[in-house]
Design a protein around this ligand. Sequence first.
Ligand code: TRP
Length: 448
Amino acid sequence: MRSHWTNRWMFMMATAGSAVGLGNIWKFPYMTGTNGGSAFVLVYLLCVAMIGLPLMMTEIMLGRRAQRNPVAGMAWLAAESGGSAWWKTLGFMGIATGVLILSFYSVVAGWVLEYGSRAVQGGFIGLTVEQAKHQFADFVSNPLALLFWHSLFIVMTVVVVARGVTSGLERANKIMMPTLAAMLLILFGYSLAIGDMSQSLTFMFSADFSKITPSAVLAAMGHAFFTLSLGMGAVMAYGSYLQRHVSIARASFYVVLADTAIALIAGMTIFAIVFANQMEPAAGPGLLFQTLPVAFGQMPGGTLFATVFFVLVCFAAWTSSISLVEPAVSWLNENLSMPRTRATAVVGGVAWLLGVVALLSFNEWSDVTLFGLGAFDVLDKLTTNILLPLGGLLMAVFAIWVMRETHVQEELGLNNRHYRNWRWVTRYIVPTAITLVFLNLMGWLPFV
Ligand code: TRP
């Protein structure tokens, strides 16, 4: 017997825990900044609603029907409908994608740990904008410091995953998720008081279509996948531990809503601080680490708030990273009979090694590039912009053209009208949108 979530709340919390992570708090704000603001936000919201939500339902549906890890699950689902055994390749692609993502994700989670330790020591008190910028630059140019925190985060991930779904993953999520939401609201409130919220809102929401470029559209679409944990089987793996009677549509809706709300709140908060202090919105991956410490440094009780905040961001990253390795671990465990502990250590080890390459691209190996990108950026772009959307596209194709419709309908359990809507969007909008964005980026289409 495979283990299952205790109840539907646990599933929702775990899936929301996977979705809400560095993608919301670190990546969304910095990408909004580097991609010019509102146009990026608008395309991202469109992608979340039109691609993310239906695919979230699709991926949970695939996992729950299969009741197996993504590799065995895809093979089983294909066999059930008379499809090709090759579909299990999609499961393998997801496993690889998860490990690639974890490698650079863990590096950034390591930054969060470092900033948490600075916060406890009162390191942000009276920090100026210039100092914050230099401190971040100094920090990432030190490979040993990055290595230490990256290694610690991988160990943290391995420890939780090794304990298995119900005792490891559930317990972690139950406590951390609600606290993070509360903390973020407090910070948002503070940024209303000290920040420039009106300029922040203008930057994020006043549609400025002159900023839409093909690469911004691709980045927004890729980010919709990344932030919702879609396209690599993480959600499929979580769905495979879900009991039959739970409504997939409702769970998907709440997860997508929570994820989007948290990203928008994080973005509004950070840009309010950016504009109040004449900082650079396009600062890149360092944005979170160069802005919030300045605000914490001026805030009464800032040391305490900063500590709690970075600890919570670390938790958010932790509940996400565990989902990145779950497909690989459950495959090694169920198909190759490897004990869960060893499977987790193996997967963690591979991600750790790749992460070392990623972190060296900020310092020692900063001149080693591929297509003009360092290792960290290659790992990020390759997974976020290519592998995840490709995985999502194939899942949609599988659900519509390979699976028997009666099975899909039975598993989704929607009323007729909602089912038709899901099917139509998954059949026409999802594959078309992803393909167009890909083709456009390759320069085969003259759009935008
Ligand atoms: N969604 C997480 C975040 O926003 C990252 C993540 C966890 C992820 N699992 C994933 C991304 C699976 C893609 C696929 O931080």
